[in-house]
Design a protein around this ligand. Sequence first.
Ligand code: G6P
Length: 368
Amino acid sequence: EQIKKGNYDHFMQKEIHEQPNSLTTTMRGRLKDNGVVLGGLKDHMKTIRHSRRIIFIGCGTSYHAALASRPFLEELCGIPVTMELASDLLDREGPIYREDTAVFVSQSGETADTLLALEYALKNGALCVGITNTVGSTLARKTHCGIHINAGCEIGVASTKAYTSQIVVMAMMALAIGSDRLSTQARRESIIAGLSDLPNKVREVLKRDGEMKDLAESLIDTQSLLVFGRGYNYATALEGALKVKEVALMHSEGMLAGEMKHGPLALVDETLPIIVIATRDTCFSKQQSVIQQLHARKGRLIVMCSEGDAPSVCTGDSCRVIEVPQVADCLQPVINIIPLQLLAYHLTVLRGYDVDQPRNLAKSVTTQ
Ligand code: G6P
């Protein structure tokens, strides 16, 4: 087992640091100068383009990866995208039609809820697309078509490298589906350039490891942690909080910053740490105003911002900053989750919990 971990103490740590390579493998052979080639979707592209809506279905981290991808899929393809947690879709027996494309996202390809939702969507006549890390999995076999994320085997129960590879695969999927739209060609080209450079930017952000360990030390005894995000990084807030709760066993909630004034604001005081994701995109000024409101209530702030933005986002003495490299706005979730993965990892080690086998959790939940 130690051989497989190489120089790392835990699989989760290894998998976090592997991300420049896993993302390179995910994109290998798929990015071309003026487009994306996804052999797995080729025969069904016409049906996907003509579908009435795209429904993303998954559980846990895979659901968050789909949520992170929703904004750019809508933007590049012009097709409405709805989100379903697999268990909730089954509980409601929500409507699914022949004109729908249902995209199932699952690292293992064996999660029971996701597979039952797949059976349900197949029965209702939707085109079913699978996005998985596991060749030969039930999901890969039972869907009509799909894309392997090729992130390499993931052993830590908390998903890390599969999450970033899933987002990149869905970015490539959006580029491929939207490739017949002339109006977004320049935008697509800039995203493709961003994808090519993404592993380098991930390498840069991984250098924040020591800084995230320091931050973890300052948070070791806190009861709770909130993470506020919006737009492209709403999913980052949910996923960052999930990482902290599942491995560090610390109460943590990811929240949509736009909902702050509708309840969470009541929790703000000098002791509760709040991470605000405020990297540069069209939501930046709204996040600046969230930061001001939290300052005014003496919140204990940790702001994640784009490199060079620290002076403009953090004015109070008590504010800590995590600066991250800036990439194309829709790819920023891939960068922003990494400091939060590192934070969750260090918090877990410092609090003395099992990193790779968190209490009560399983890598693949094959029962309902
Ligand atoms: C379990 C794991 C999570 C994972 C979820 C979905 O709960 O502990 O890390 O995100 O299942 O798994 P899947 O294999 O479908 O992506």
